[in-house]
Design a protein around this ligand. Structure first.
Ligand code: SF4
Length: 427
């Protein structure tokens, strides 16, 4: 009988790609994928431990799988499994805890055809040549894993380890395969993408992009995931400005607009550097969509520090803000810092930035009036209404008799509704 496997992912895009890769491995071995709420023989839960909330969610998902089929093999992997393996092993129903390095050997570990020690020795990131299209309209390629920046609040360098980059020819093969499968937008993602090539030595992120654009032909566009401020190089900007195939979108984490807080976070730039970088990008790439991660409530963040963050973001041409409340992670330097901020203050500051984000988005979308932008058709939002994401990271809606989901289409922007651009399909 065909065995059934179900998958659940928590956390970042890289974790989502990791799950797709694990899934592909199961499918190749003859498993059938079923929904997570169905009865399966194997449940794979790919966890995150960036905040307390992610830890809590992971535990709830494990219990859900165990209730669904108490006889199933429940495999828990990802950053929480890496950071607290004993705690996870102790949860009733858990069969196997797999660290991040061994994630690519889960079916073999279940079968017992590879030992845990051998699986953990897998230092390289292997290419994944997908056999079929997954449900999403957008595809992802993990180009690197690991981080050695050790921001003082972040657990990731401890759970993901040193920087490992996928070889350029493997990224090229994966991209070629995804374009053949019909994906029109492919996101290059990583735990710290700007460090791509650090371990390969003769290539960096801009070099990889150049190589891919030369080698892989077809109707597709590339989107870069988050890039740290110090890694947005002039060569990278020049490439993005001169190639239509690179989405006009940069997600550049700010975290704080206070120099004192940035220093305590072990972030190696200051507010002026960040501000000038954002203005430089918007001058070089007309219509560019700029988004940022911002953290509130880092230990020692005073009202004046928060005000610095607010003032900086207010004056910059940001399209989107991803606002996070600092979450104390054992084992990081910030967990031991004095001046931990009360939850209600974090909540208030977060609310203020979320409101700022709404007005910044409306302002940025307003500037697109009259422009024709390229949109990846993603969803049917009504009987003849479709929506999708533009190359410059704007959600766009339009009426059309045709269902063009998965395709890139030109849309002229004529208005907006709460930060969502409204437009009409162009011939
Ligand atoms: S750059 Fe900083 S925040 Fe990002 S993964 Fe590395 S340590 Fe964490």
């Amino acid at each position: 009988m065909v065995k059934k496997a179900a998958f659940y992912t928590l956390g970042c895009k890289v974790n989502q790609v990791d799950t797709e890769e694990i899934k592909e491995d199961f499918l190749r071995r003859g498993y059938q994928e079923v929904g997570f709420n169905e009865v399966a023989d194997v449940y794979v839960i790919n966890t995150c431990t960036v905040t307390h909330v992610s830890d809590k969610k992971a535990r709830a998902v494990i219990r859900r799988a165990s209730r669904r089929n108490p006889l199933a093999t429940i495999v828990v992997t990802g950053c929480l499994a890496q950071a607290a393996p004993q705690q996870i092993e102790a949860i009733p129903g858990v069969s196997l805890v797999v660290d991040n390095r061994s994630k690519n050997s889960i079916p073999q570990l279940i079968e017992g055809s590879i030992s845990k020690a051998d699986a953990a020795n897998n230092e390289t990131i292997q290419p994944v040549l997908y056999s079929h299209r997954h449900e999403r309209t957008r595809a992802f390629i993990k180009i690197q894993d690991g981080c050695h920046s050790f921001c003082s609040y972040c657990i990731v360098p401890y759970t993901r380890g040193a920087v490992r980059s996928k070889k350029p020819e493997h990224v090229k093969d994966e991209l070629g395969r995804l374009v053949e499968l019909g994906y029109r937008e492919i996101v290059l993602t990583g735990i710290h993408s700007g460090l791509y090539g650090y371990d390969l030595r003769d290539i960096d992120l801009a070099g990889l992009l150049k190589y891919l654009l030369q080698q892989v032909r077809g109707d597709y566009r590339l989107r870069l995931s988050s890039i740290e401020p110090l890694e947005v190089t002039p060569v990278l900007l020049e490439l993005a400005a001169s190639h239509d195939r690179i989405c006009r979108h940069f997600h550049i984490p700010l975290q704080s607009g206070s120099n004192a807080v940035l220093k305590a976070m072990n972030r190696r730039y200051d507010r002026d550097y960040y501000g000038e970088l954002i203005l430089d990008i918007s001058r070089r790439i007309p219509g560019v969509g700029l988004s940022a991660d911002v953290m509130v409530g880092f230990p020692g963040e005073r009202d004046a520090d928060f005000q610095d963050t607010y003032d900086l973001l207010k004056q910059l041409p940001m399209l989107d803000l991803h606002v996070f409340k600092y979450s104390r992670r054992d084992g990081t330097p910030a967990a031991l810092m004095p001046g931990q901020v009360a939850e209600e203050i974090k909540q208030q500051r977060s609310q203020v930035l979320l409101e700022l984000a709404i007005s910044k988005r409306a302002e940025a979308v307003q500037k697109q009036q009259g422009q024709v932008i390229e949109v990846l058709v993603e969803q049917q939002a009504g009987s003849h209404t479709y929506s999708g994401l533009s190359d410059n990271y704007i959600t766009v809606k339009w009426e059309s008799p045709e269902d063009l989901r998965g395709e890139l289409v030109p849309v002229r922007i004529s208005g907006q509704e709460q930060g969502v651009a409204l437009g009409s399909l162009q011939p």
